[in-house]
Ligand binder design. Structure first.
Ligand code: NAD
Length: 353
């Protein structure tokens, strides 16, 4: 089983190191037969190969059983013509990873704004407001004149249906409740379509409770009563923004694990960005990327019907949570004095236990 490791930019290589160390330990302990291949992307690849995402990396991602992708510093990338490819978008689109699964939950020992929360945001990944994903050729952002910039939003029936199915399937394995987030009061056509398709899908799941909330109210309700939500399904940008909010409510962005998935493929990728403000200091929290890698193992376990992978995933999650529960291990974003390395070592020690 080939796992492709792509460290990314800024804090990416720092948080990938302990994540890979933990994966290697789990691979040995549970005899998973994983082989790791590491490739360079982002600014380093731009320097040496003229593009942030070389073709051979994309090919490796397509042939790998799973990918662990570090955060990337997209904001500072040059235009696409100069090699600045948005790696997240390119991988999600070319592998058709339409479901971005982003859990957020409170943990014992971790200070959080929310007193009790256990929810999953299921975010559509391949259309919506992200103009780099709306067109067959060219981009959905354009400037008809130098004083007018425009952006197109794309919502399809098929895209709305498959993300709603992913959310309702997930809800069946949890507390059986789905909240559909939309802005159909204003975006009556696009979010109107998303909402009506999601409601249609709900009819196939009579055992799952469903409600819908307008996105601006959702931003407030997440703070007011986060414990009341189970699975939240949203279009691309709304899901992106709300999942950062949810991660922060659970203690911090450094806790937000996620996978980008379809039935065939998955990429582990933390919800947060490349955090250039703390890069190089050895203090970035690796918990989000580690949790993402644990989710990937869980996804692989389900796909392959593998008990060993399921146990490894469970062991990884428990090790992360146990390490986080001790304030001495926590990195500064959580209020602790731990480092990226010392937190990673604490997780590996738990896996070894
Ligand atoms: P960010 O998520 O990188 O950082 C926001 C804040 O959270 C910063 O103060 C940062 O220090 C903190 N933070 C984030 N991850 C942390 C961690 N693991 N440990 C401790 N603190 C952490 O968002 P940003 O500053 O808006 O974006 C920085 C870059 O990341 C931009 O180039 C942006 O385009 C890119 N980005 C990439 C992804 C991705 O790769 N999936 C996602 C979002 C943003």
């Amino acid at each position: 089983m080939k796992i492709l490791i792509l460290p990314g930019d800024d804090i990416g290589p720092e948080i990938m190191k302990p994540t890979q160390k933990a994966l290697i330990k789990l691979n040995d302990k549970f005899a998973l037969g994983m082989e790791f291949e590491e490739k360079t992307i982002g600014f380093k690849a731009l320097e040496t190969e003229g593009t942030t995402l070389p073709d051979h990396v994309l090919e490796s991602a397509k042939s790998a059983d799973g990918v662990v992708l570090g955060p990337i510093g997209t904001f500072k990338y040059p235009p696409q013509e100069a090699g600045g490819i948005n790696i997240s978008a390119a991988l999600r689109m070319s592998l058709d990873l339409y479901a971005n699964i982003r859990p957020s939950f409170t943990r014992p020992g971790v200070a959080s704004v929310a007193s009790q929360m256990d929810l999953v945001i299921v975010r559509e990944n391949t259309e919506g407001f992200y103009a780099d994903r709306t067109m067959f050729a060219g981009t959905g952002e354009f400037m008809p004149t130098e004083d007018l910039a425009m952006s197109l939003r794309k919502i399809t029936r098929q895209g709305s249906r498959r993300i709603a199915v992913a959310a309702f399937d997930l809800a069946r394995t949890r507390r059986k409740k789905v909240t559909i987030v939309h802005k159909a009061n204003v975006l009556k056509v696009t979010d109107g379509l998303f909402l009506s398709v999601a409601r249609e899908v709900a009819n196939d799941y009579p055992d799952v409770a469903v409600d819908d909330v307008i996105v601006d109210a959702m931003a407030a309700l997440l703070i007011r009563r986060p414990e009341s939500f189970d699975v939240i399904v949203a279009t691309n940008m709304f899901g992106d923004i709300l999942s950062d909010e949810a991660a922060e409510l659970s203690g911090g962005l450094g806790l937000g694990g996620s996978i980008n998935a379809s039935a065939e493929r998955a990429i582990a990728q933390a919800a947060h960005g490349s955090a250039p403000d703390i890069a190089g200091q050895g203090i970035a929290n690796p918990a989000a990327l580690m949790s993402s890698a644990a989710m990937l193992m869980g996804w692989l376990a389900q796909k392959n019907g593998s008990n060993a992978l399921a146990q490894a995933s469970e062991s990884f999650v428990q090790a992360i949570d146990t390490a986080l529960a001790n304030p001495a291990n926590q990195t500064p974003d959580l209020g602790g004095a731990g480092s990226t390395e010392s937190f990673g070592d604490a997780v590996v020690a738990e896996i070894n236990r």
